[in-house]
Each structure stands twice: as C-alpha cells, then as structure tokens.
Design a protein around this ligand. Structure first.
Ligand code: 13P
Length: 344
C-alpha cells in the first residue's frame, strides 16, 4: 500500500458512517481548570484515570473511530500496565495526538493569536508514530470582534495549518485541520458566517498551495452560530443552512469528511445542530462529530475523581456518544434522547 492509499484509508476510517471522534486532548492546564471546577485534584494519575475511564467504556467502538490525546496521555499506561494506546487499539479506536503547542499573541497584532508548534515537528511526528499514533490535530483560533480576525491573522494561521498538515502526511499520519472561529462574542450569525467563510477559504488556498493530499485529511470546523452573547438564539435549521452554505463554498469534495467541534455548545445543542445538517441529503463529504466537551459532560461530573463512579460515568459517556452518532446519521431527536435515558 502506498503512503497515499494508507492516508486515504485512515481518513475514511476516522469518518466512518455513524461514528465520530472523541477529543480528549486538553492540555494539562485546561484539564486542571476543568477538574478544579468540579473539585477534582489534577495529578498525572488522576488525568490518566479519567482518560482511561473514557477509553475503557464498553461499547465505545460502536460510536467512536478515534480518540485525540495530549502528549502526556499517549505516553501513559493504564491500570493493567498496558499503554493507553494499546487499550484504544484493542477496542478498535484509532489513537490520535494533538501536535500544536498552543497559541501565543500574534506579533504586530497582539489581540489575535498564532498557533505554535512547527519547530521540530517532523521529529515529534516520527516519535508519535512510533508510539502508535495514526492521526493528529492542530487547532488555530479566531476571535470575532470589531476588526478581528484580520486578514493577517487569518493568513498566518492558515499558512501554519497547511505547513502542519503536509508534514503530518509526510510522516504517514492523517492531519485533522481545525480552524476554530470561537463562539465568544456579541456577533450575529451572519458575521460568524462571513468570518468562517474567509477562514476556510484561506485554509484551503494554503492546503492546495502546499500540496496537501485532500483525500487524506479531515476538516474540523466550528458550526456557524450567533455569538454566545448575542441576544437571539438561532434555530438548528438556520445553523445548518448557513454552515452548509459556507462549507459548500469552501471545502473541496475531495475531502472525505468534516468532523465538527462542539465549541462550548451543550451535548444536546451540538447534536441537534449536527442532526439538522445530516438530515440534508446529497452532501459531498461525510459529516460527523469530533466533540470534546459535548461528549465528556456530564460523564466528567459523574466521575468526580472517584473510581466507584466509573460505571455511571461510562454510561453517561456512552449515552452522549450514541446520541452524537445518531446525530451524524440524521436520526437524533430530543425525544429519542429522553427515550434512551429512561429505558437505559
Ligand atoms: P470542543 O468540542 O469542546 O470544542 O473540543 C473540541 C476540540 O478538540 C477543541 O480543540
């Protein structure tokens, strides 16, 4: 099998029909913050126990194709001594790794950010592949405000995303390309649509210019929504219509799949919005989820750092994974959410 065929196989496996990707790649700082909100002490072991709890959920493979880890996690062993990578692989879940090292203020535009991590990336990728990773993630972040994001902020981040993507493919790994336009702010949905379109146009210009194999990548975008401080909520059909319009304008049909981030939406909201998109037929790509918070809550709250709560937390995680899978198939509804919860 050529590297190109291998990449296409991996990308297609990540967006297999009815399944999606678990994002559990919070940096230690972010994980510590989420734990602190719930009164959970953050240590190397408690972070390991939490991730292991998710990975060992019976039935995870029915809904989840891949799990994105953080550098600490990909090096850890579970309670039985097996590397967590092997725990995932044995469950039929592809191991993935976040390879960016976070955001820094952008020079000459300090209110905007640039994602860092390109220096030494080629060597890190080889190490991650040796550790068992099959795919990677890099997140660029864009904030909507008066004159932001600027063209400069969009283009520098798009350039870095494409540099990342082609280095990853060279290493035989599939890049998840994540340009996230944040939900924060008082903007309306049309403003979000314009910004998301400008960002995606620039990202694909750079991916093509840098010879990215489009068939061997997965796009992880935000949904087009009003800002979290905007006065009116949009309906799932408005969100679906504007998100798909934007994606149709910008994302080549050669890309096998689009896996949305949840970006602070609740699990139910994210599922409703995804469902509204997958209910529309004749899309050129597989649409699915790569949720972080929308899959992990309420499981993380139920777990609370106590091993006795593992079965309840795993049931809650599996429930959100099942609902997200239903949303990727266009068969999700709030009624189904309640039915399953009552009977389960
Ligand atoms: P959320 O779904 O919580 O936005 O997390 C997805 C992710 O990977 C952010 O980088």
């Amino acid at each position: 099998m050529t590297n190109q065929e291998y990449l296409e196989d991996t990308a297609n496996a990540l967006v297999a029909r009815g399944k999606g990707i678990l994002a559990v790649d919070e940096s230690t700082a972010t994980c510590t913050k989420r734990f602190a909100e719930l009164g959970i002490v953050s240590t190397v072991d408690s972070r390991r126990d939490y991730r292991e709890m998710l990975f060992t959920t019976p039935g995870i493979e029915d809904y989840i194709t891949g799990a994105i880890m953080y550098d600490e996690t990909i090096r850890q062993n579970g309670a039985d001594g097996r590397p967590l990578v092997d725990v995932l692989t044995a469950a039929g879940v592809l191991p993935g790794i976040k390879v960016d090292i976070g955001t820094k203020p952008l020079a000459n535009a300090p209110a905007e950010t640039i994602t860092e991590g390109l220096d030494g990336l080629r060597d890190r990728l080889n190490e991650y592949r040796e550790l068992g990773a099959r795919f990677t993630k890099w997140r660029a972040v864009f904030t909507i405000d008066h004159d932001m994001p600027s063209r400069y902020g969009i283009e520098t981040n798009a350039h870095a995303l494409a540099r990342y993507a082609v280095l990853v493919q060279e290493a035989g790994l599939v890049p998840i390309v994540e340009p996230e336009v944040l939900l924060d702010g008082g903007h309306d949905i049309h403003w979000c649509q314009e910004v998301t379109e400008a960002v995606l146009r620039s990202v694909f210009e750079q991916l093509v210019a840098q010879h990215c194999l489009l068939e061997g990548m997965v796009l992880k975008p935000n949904m087009v929504t009003p800002g979290s401080e905007y006065g009116h909520q949009a309906t799932p059909s408005e969100i679906a219509e504007l998100t798909l319009k934007t994606l149709r304008r910008c994302v080549p049909a050669a890309v096998p799949g689009i896996a949305f981030l949840s970006g602070g939406q609740s699990g139910e909201e994210a599922c409703e919005n995804l469902n509204a998109m997958t209910s529309i037929t004749q899309l050129p790509w597989q649409l699915t989820f790569s949720f972080g918070r929308a899959l992990q809550y309420p499981a993380i709250e139920i777990w609370g750092g106590h091993s006795t709560n593992v079965p309840g937390a795993q049931a809650a995680f599996l429930h959100r994974a099942e609902m997200s899978s239903a949303a990727s198939l266009g068969s999700y509804s709030r009624a189904r959410e309640r039915e399953v919860r009552v009977s389960g």
